[in-house]
Design a binder for this molecule. Structure first.
Ligand code: F6P
Length: 368
């Protein structure tokens, strides 16, 4: 049985990270008598002289509802590099330093909370024989091996509330309101929030849209007397034959960041319909703050299951939700595929059944 384990949070934060940390600490200490150390600022805390701190059950009091991560996080640190053609490489030097530090400090295993990028680094540790268990985190819900990642349901709640609020102002002013949501190259947040927040048009990366179809929906609603339209667009959505829209990077941002499709739509819609349109970019409000009750539950189950996985002798696994059960899957499998919205899947079909347009070229004429 391990005596000392570490816990790491990596990549963009998501509501529920602290809830997982709490469950890891409580389970490891209460069930297995382990000592838990929190590694600071993602894997970076394993470098130099190592920045980590002991986490006892008394240190995790009050963490269940708390947003962010008490350990700090970062997006792309020293453990991976990108070649000019976008290929990821994992330099040997930081990995060796981290392993050396963990040996020196007696850390025998790691619980790693992260999305695809962080878990791919975790897999590198596993390949070198170091005991690892992954916990899937991302508001984007784009990890293939789990039905849900924690943080996603909270992001949906926030986007739903935003759409509800935009609805009333859109209606009052007879305007087109566009809500741009996160999700990277997947449309899960836009699709779910579009359904729960009663959007008229949902635009997602998996279904490239044509502007004429979006304009057709706005005009059809106008003609029917519903003189406002609510559109939710995923940051990674693009026009058929077009490209994704990226933000201009400041000097401190190292990677290209998606964003701006909402503003592009606004200009096009105003020009083509003569109607006033406004764009709201929901941004990091989807990630900050307290997890909802579902994410608290999922995070707690994931945290406890991660410790059980290590304690039972499993190696290189990731906890996952499948058919309402928390199970473990090989980490390797979990990081190879991104889970995308199926363009003819049930959620898209339901949305179409109730009259939501995806702006697809082959969609029948929009009927209100
Ligand atoms: O993966 C989570 C996410 O919030 C994406 O939806 C978004 O594209 C990205 O991270 C933004 O990351 P940041 O602003 O932290 O660089």
């Amino acid at each position: 049985m391990f005596k000392k384990i570490g816990v790491v949070t990596g990549g963009g934060d998501a509501p529920g990270l602290n809830a997982v940390i709490r469950a890891v600490v409580r389970t490891a200490v209460r069930r297995y008598g382990m000592k838990v150390f929190g590694i600071e600022n993602s894997f970076e805390g394993l470098l130099d002289d190592a920045k980590m701190r002991r986490l006892k059950p008394s240190d995790v009091i009050g963490l269940l509802p708390r947003g962010g991560t008490i350990l700090g996080t970062c997006n792309s640190g020293s453990f991976c590099r990108y070649t000019p053609d976008g290929e990821v490489i994992y330099p040997e030097e930081p990995m060796e330093k981290a392993l050396e530090n963990m040996e020196r400090l007696g850390i025998e295993a790691l619980v790693v909370l992260g999305g695809e990028g962080t878990l791919a680094i975790a897999e590198q540790f596993h390949k070198r024989g170091f005991p690892i268990v992954g916990v899937p985190k991302t508001i984007d819900n784009d990890l293939a091996a789990t039905e849900l990642t924690f943080g996603f349901m909270t992001a949906i709640d926030i986007a739903t509330e935003a759409l509800d609020r935009l609805h009333t102002t859109a209606e009052s002013h007879n305007r087109v309101m566009i809500l741009e949501v996160m999700g990277r190259n997947t449309g899960w947040i836009a699709l779910h929030a579009g359904l729960t927040g009663s959007a008229d048009v949902i635009l997602i990366p998996e279904i490239p849209f044509v502007m004429d179809k979006v304009v057709e929906a706005v005009k059809a609603r106008d003609a029917s007397g519903s003189r406002f339209t609510n559109i939710v667009v995923a940051e990674g959505a693009s026009e058929l034959g077009g490209e994704e829209v990226f933000l201009e990077n400041g000097t401190a941002s190292k990677v290209k960041r998606l964003g701006g499709i909402g503003e592009y739509l606004r200009r096009q819609i105003e020009e083509k319909t003569g109607k006033e349109a406004r764009t709201v970019v929901l941004g990091h409000l989807q990630r900050g703050g307290s997890p909802n009750s579902f994410d608290r539950m999922l995070a707690t189950n994931f945290g406890a299951a991660a410790v059980h996985s290590l304690a039972s002798g499993e190696r290189g696994r990731m906890v996952a939700l499948q058919s309402s059960l928390v199970i473990t899957v090989p980490l390797e499998e979990a990081i190879v595929n991104i889970k995308k919205v199926t363009p003819d899947g049930q959620l898209v079909r339901t949305a179409r059944d109730i009259g939501i347009s995806f702006g697809a070229p082959d969609e029948p004429p929009y009927v209100v």
